[in-house]
Ligand binder design. Structure first.
Ligand code: NAD
Length: 336
């Protein structure tokens, strides 16, 4: 059986990556859309053969409860909407797939986990890398430790955007969850957690925004240092002003690196012993198709999803502490 998926928010990621990826899946089908832009509806209905009864606005989206054609809702809206929309979907009895960052802070994330648990639906976060084979290899190496003890990690993630000056896009506005840390910093945090197999205990963070004219109210660039149990440290940089895409793990007897580690075209890397990690999944949007198939199988088989809501909450705890540290000029903040 294929599960019916409704996309919530028909912006760039839904249009260019997720909807095409759904056409490649074996266990999903694009069954519905939820949008605040009525003008987009005819094109989506025509292109993907979506019946009138499976089209919703943000205001009547709770009616999805009565629609047996839709099993899961994939939330792909600006970040401030992730929590309220997750609660609507969970209360409607639908499984929830939610894009990163899962919420605005850890408290919101915890409320989302609870709502999904109370309604007995799955909650999974759209960290597509955790479905990518080279990343899964790195996750296994966190356990196997082929080069001995891990000493230091580095994760840098960013893209050079907003070149044309100030923009009214939601990514530059605090009330929508804008800023590089929410957008790309979560990849660094998630990566150093899965590459070490550990949760950090403390952080120091610095807002190093260069283009304050474009980003008056959110971070364009953030640098942060994480401490893990066992004297392991991680250095991370995230930015809207630099193209960054590297995850490196330094160990006692060698190192391994993936760059890109969050590319759409698949991740590639190498290790100090000559091992090469070739891109595995092929052309875009194979990674998203693999992600959604794995998440669909977890629903169909009633097994734990690979990236449960709790994984997103752990990242939000780190982001909360990062923002607090950055507000206080890099003061060391312990992560609960
Ligand atoms: P986008 O700006 O292209 O699209 C956002 C959509 O939300 C638009 O259709 C817009 O109309 C709608 N929207 C609803 N309420 C809005 C409001 N109040 N203000 C502005 N827009 C509103 O953004 P996107 O790149 O598609 O990102 C959407 C989500 O997907 C974000 O959470 C982002 O972090 C995530 N994302 C994830 C990946 C990934 O690789 N996993 C990649 C891109 C985006």
């Amino acid at each position: 059986r294929r599960i019916g998926v409704a996309l919530v928010g028909l912006g760039g990621y839904s249009r260019d990556l997720l909807a095409p990826a759904l056409q490649l899946t074996r266990h999903c089908r694009l069954a519905g859309i939820v949008t605040g832009s009525p003008g987009k509806i005819p094109e989506w209905q025509g292109k993907y053969d979506i019946p009138d009864g499976n089209v919703y606005s943000y205001d009547d989206f709770h009616r999805i409860a009565d629609n047996p054609d839709i099993d899961a809702v994939y939330i792909v809206t600006p970040n401030h909407l992730h929590k309220p929309q997750t609660l609507t979907a969970a209360n409607a009895g639908k499984h929830v797939w939610c894009e990163k960052p899962m919420a605005m802070d850890a408290a919101e994330g915890e409320a989302m986990v609870k709502a999904c648990r109370d309604n007995r639906v799955q909650l999974t976060i759209g960290y597509r890398m955790q479905h990518e084979p080279n990343t899964r290899r790195f996750m296994a190496m966190a356990e196997e430790r082929p080069f001995g003890r891990i000493i230091k990690l580095r994760a840098d993630a960013g893209w050079f955007g907003f070149r044309d000056g100030p923009s009214d896009a939601w990514r530059t506005k605090p009330e929508f969850g804008g800023g590089a840390m929410y957008d790309m910093g979560v990849y660094c945090v998630n990566a150093v957690r899965y590459a070490s197999g550990l949760d950090p205990v403390a952080i120091r963070a610095w807002d190093e925004t260069a283009r304050r004219d474009i980003f008056p109210d959110v971070d364009e660039t953030m640098r942060f240092l994480l401490e893990f149990p066992g004297d392991i440290v991680a250095e991370c940089t995230t930015s809207f002003g630099r193209n960054l895409n590297t995850l490196q793990v330094d160990c006692e007897r060698g190192w391994y690196v993936m760059s890109p580690f969050q590319g759409y075209e698949g991740n590639a890397g190498r290790a100090s012993d000559g091992t090469v990690f070739e891109p595995q999944l092929g052309k875009t949007p194979r990674m998203q198709a693999e992600q959604m198939d794995q998440d669909a199988l977890a629903i169909l088989n009633n097994t734990a999803p690979r990236v449960p809501g709790e994984d997103g909450v752990a990242d939000m705890r780190v982001l909360d502490a990062a923002f607090e540290s950055a507000r206080n000029n890099g003061t060391r903040i312990e992560i609960p």
